[in-house]
Design a binder for this molecule. Sequence first.
Ligand SMILES: [Zn+2]
Length: 182
Amino acid sequence: MAVTLKHWPAPDSFSKNIPATGSAGSFWEDRGDRRHCGIDIYAPAGSAALAIEDGEVRDVGTFTTPEKVPYWNDTKYVLIENKTGLVCRYAELGQVAVEIGDQVKAGQLIGHIGIVLDMTKITSDSPLYIQKLTKKQNLSMLHFELYSSLPDDSSDYLGGNWFGDLRPENLLNPGDYLSSIG
Ligand SMILES: [Zn+2]
Protein backbone atom coordinates (compact mmCIF):
# COMPACT_ATOMS: atom_id res chain seq x y z
CA MET A 1 0.00 0.00 0.00
CA ALA A 2 1.22 3.48 -0.83
CA VAL A 3 2.18 5.64 2.10
CA THR A 4 -0.23 8.56 2.51
CA LEU A 5 1.60 11.85 2.77
CA LYS A 6 0.30 14.12 5.47
CA HIS A 7 1.16 17.75 6.17
CA TRP A 8 0.67 19.60 9.46
CA PRO A 9 -2.19 22.00 8.59
CA ALA A 10 -0.81 25.15 10.26
CA PRO A 11 2.95 25.37 9.62
CA ASP A 12 3.30 28.52 11.78
CA SER A 13 1.37 27.10 14.74
CA PHE A 14 2.80 27.93 18.16
CA SER A 15 2.66 24.25 19.13
CA LYS A 16 1.93 20.84 17.66
CA ASN A 17 0.70 19.55 21.00
CA ILE A 18 -2.85 18.22 21.05
CA PRO A 19 -4.84 19.75 23.93
CA ALA A 20 -5.46 17.21 26.70
CA THR A 21 -8.96 15.78 27.01
CA GLY A 22 -11.20 18.24 28.83
CA SER A 23 -8.90 21.22 28.41
CA ALA A 24 -9.68 24.34 26.38
CA GLY A 25 -9.69 23.66 22.66
CA SER A 26 -9.78 19.88 23.07
CA PHE A 27 -12.15 17.61 21.19
CA TRP A 28 -15.64 17.34 22.70
CA GLU A 29 -14.71 19.86 25.40
CA ASP A 30 -17.73 20.52 27.61
CA ARG A 31 -18.63 24.18 27.16
CA GLY A 32 -21.71 24.12 29.34
CA ASP A 33 -24.54 24.22 26.83
CA ARG A 34 -22.43 22.92 23.92
CA ARG A 35 -19.57 20.60 22.99
CA HIS A 36 -16.50 21.45 20.92
CA CYS A 37 -16.51 19.49 17.63
CA GLY A 38 -12.82 19.84 16.83
CA ILE A 39 -9.37 20.71 18.05
CA ASP A 40 -8.03 24.28 18.12
CA ILE A 41 -4.52 24.87 16.75
CA TYR A 42 -3.28 28.36 17.62
CA ALA A 43 -1.31 30.21 14.95
CA PRO A 44 -0.74 33.84 13.93
CA ALA A 45 -3.60 35.59 12.15
CA GLY A 46 -3.01 35.55 8.41
CA SER A 47 -0.68 32.53 8.50
CA ALA A 48 -1.18 29.66 6.10
CA ALA A 49 -3.60 26.77 6.41
CA LEU A 50 -2.56 23.74 4.34
CA ALA A 51 -4.38 20.61 3.22
CA ILE A 52 -3.25 17.63 5.30
CA GLU A 53 -3.85 15.07 2.56
CA ASP A 54 -4.72 14.84 -1.13
CA GLY A 55 -8.43 15.31 -1.68
CA GLU A 56 -11.29 17.24 -3.20
CA VAL A 57 -12.87 20.42 -1.87
CA ARG A 58 -16.49 19.48 -1.17
CA ASP A 59 -17.70 22.66 0.47
CA VAL A 60 -16.64 26.21 1.29
CA GLY A 61 -18.81 28.46 3.40
CA THR A 62 -19.42 30.84 6.26
CA PHE A 63 -18.26 29.44 9.58
CA THR A 64 -18.97 32.36 11.90
CA THR A 65 -20.66 35.69 11.29
CA PRO A 66 -21.75 38.56 13.54
CA GLU A 67 -25.20 38.12 12.00
CA LYS A 68 -25.54 34.94 14.12
CA VAL A 69 -23.53 35.81 17.25
CA PRO A 70 -22.56 39.44 17.97
CA TYR A 71 -19.05 38.63 19.27
CA TRP A 72 -18.14 36.63 16.15
CA ASN A 73 -16.11 37.94 13.23
CA ASP A 74 -16.70 36.70 9.70
CA THR A 75 -14.73 33.47 9.22
CA LYS A 76 -14.98 30.69 6.68
CA TYR A 77 -14.51 26.94 6.47
CA VAL A 78 -13.22 24.53 3.85
CA LEU A 79 -14.45 20.93 3.79
CA ILE A 80 -12.13 18.48 2.02
CA GLU A 81 -12.86 14.82 1.32
CA ASN A 82 -9.50 13.10 1.38
CA LYS A 83 -8.57 10.35 -1.11
CA THR A 84 -8.44 8.05 1.92
CA GLY A 85 -12.14 8.75 2.63
CA LEU A 86 -11.77 10.85 5.77
CA VAL A 87 -13.28 14.32 5.68
CA CYS A 88 -11.48 17.34 7.18
CA ARG A 89 -13.06 20.64 8.09
CA TYR A 90 -10.58 23.53 8.27
CA ALA A 91 -12.31 26.46 9.95
CA GLU A 92 -11.96 29.92 11.45
CA LEU A 93 -10.23 30.96 8.24
CA GLY A 94 -10.07 34.67 7.45
CA GLN A 95 -9.52 33.95 3.77
CA VAL A 96 -10.05 30.92 1.57
CA ALA A 97 -7.79 30.02 -1.37
CA VAL A 98 -9.78 27.14 -2.93
CA GLU A 99 -13.20 26.55 -4.47
CA ILE A 100 -15.70 23.71 -4.39
CA GLY A 101 -14.58 20.96 -6.77
CA ASP A 102 -10.87 21.80 -6.60
CA GLN A 103 -8.49 18.87 -6.34
CA VAL A 104 -5.92 19.63 -3.66
CA LYS A 105 -2.58 18.07 -2.85
CA ALA A 106 -1.21 17.45 0.62
CA GLY A 107 0.56 20.63 1.70
CA GLN A 108 -1.35 22.89 -0.69
CA LEU A 109 -2.45 26.31 0.57
CA ILE A 110 -6.20 26.29 1.22
CA GLY A 111 -6.58 29.53 3.16
CA HIS A 112 -5.31 31.83 5.87
CA ILE A 113 -6.06 31.68 9.56
CA GLY A 114 -8.50 34.25 10.90
CA ILE A 115 -9.68 35.60 14.23
CA VAL A 116 -13.09 34.36 15.30
CA LEU A 117 -13.75 36.61 18.29
CA ASP A 118 -14.50 40.32 18.19
CA MET A 119 -13.07 41.35 21.56
CA THR A 120 -15.06 44.58 21.62
CA LYS A 121 -18.35 42.65 21.64
CA ILE A 122 -17.59 40.22 24.47
CA THR A 123 -19.47 41.01 27.67
CA SER A 124 -20.22 39.40 31.03
CA ASP A 125 -23.28 37.91 29.29
CA SER A 126 -21.10 35.97 26.84
CA PRO A 127 -20.53 32.24 27.56
CA LEU A 128 -17.92 31.69 30.28
CA TYR A 129 -15.56 29.74 27.99
CA ILE A 130 -15.57 32.73 25.63
CA GLN A 131 -14.79 35.15 28.45
CA LYS A 132 -11.87 32.91 29.48
CA LEU A 133 -10.52 32.92 25.91
CA THR A 134 -10.21 36.69 25.96
CA LYS A 135 -7.51 36.39 28.63
CA LYS A 136 -5.26 34.65 26.09
CA GLN A 137 -2.69 36.66 24.15
CA ASN A 138 -3.54 35.18 20.81
CA LEU A 139 -7.04 34.55 19.54
CA SER A 140 -6.31 33.33 16.03
CA MET A 141 -6.52 29.62 15.42
CA LEU A 142 -7.32 26.84 13.03
CA HIS A 143 -10.41 24.99 14.22
CA PHE A 144 -10.03 21.47 12.84
CA GLU A 145 -12.71 18.76 12.61
CA LEU A 146 -12.46 15.19 11.33
CA TYR A 147 -15.29 13.03 9.98
CA SER A 148 -15.57 9.47 8.70
CA SER A 149 -18.01 10.71 6.02
CA LEU A 150 -19.39 14.03 4.80
CA PRO A 151 -21.22 15.78 7.64
CA ASP A 152 -24.93 16.53 7.27
CA ASP A 153 -26.29 20.00 7.87
CA SER A 154 -27.76 20.06 11.36
CA SER A 155 -29.45 22.71 13.45
CA ASP A 156 -27.48 21.27 16.40
CA TYR A 157 -24.22 22.44 14.82
CA LEU A 158 -23.11 26.07 15.00
CA GLY A 159 -19.64 27.59 14.69
CA GLY A 160 -17.80 24.37 15.51
CA ASN A 161 -19.97 23.50 18.48
CA TRP A 162 -22.60 20.80 18.94
CA PHE A 163 -25.75 21.62 20.89
CA GLY A 164 -27.43 18.20 20.79
CA ASP A 165 -27.17 15.42 23.37
CA LEU A 166 -25.80 12.75 21.04
CA ARG A 167 -22.47 13.11 19.31
CA PRO A 168 -22.83 12.67 15.52
CA GLU A 169 -21.74 9.14 14.56
CA ASN A 170 -19.35 10.29 11.85
CA LEU A 171 -17.62 12.95 13.97
CA LEU A 172 -14.19 11.65 15.02
CA ASN A 173 -11.70 12.72 17.66
CA PRO A 174 -8.92 14.20 15.48
CA GLY A 175 -6.27 13.87 18.20
CA ASP A 176 -4.59 10.67 16.98
CA TYR A 177 -4.93 11.77 13.35
CA LEU A 178 -3.14 15.06 14.02
CA SER A 179 -0.55 13.38 16.25
CA SER A 180 0.28 10.93 13.44
CA ILE A 181 1.49 13.72 11.17
CA GLY A 182 5.26 13.60 11.02
ZN1 LIG B 1 -12.61 25.29 17.93
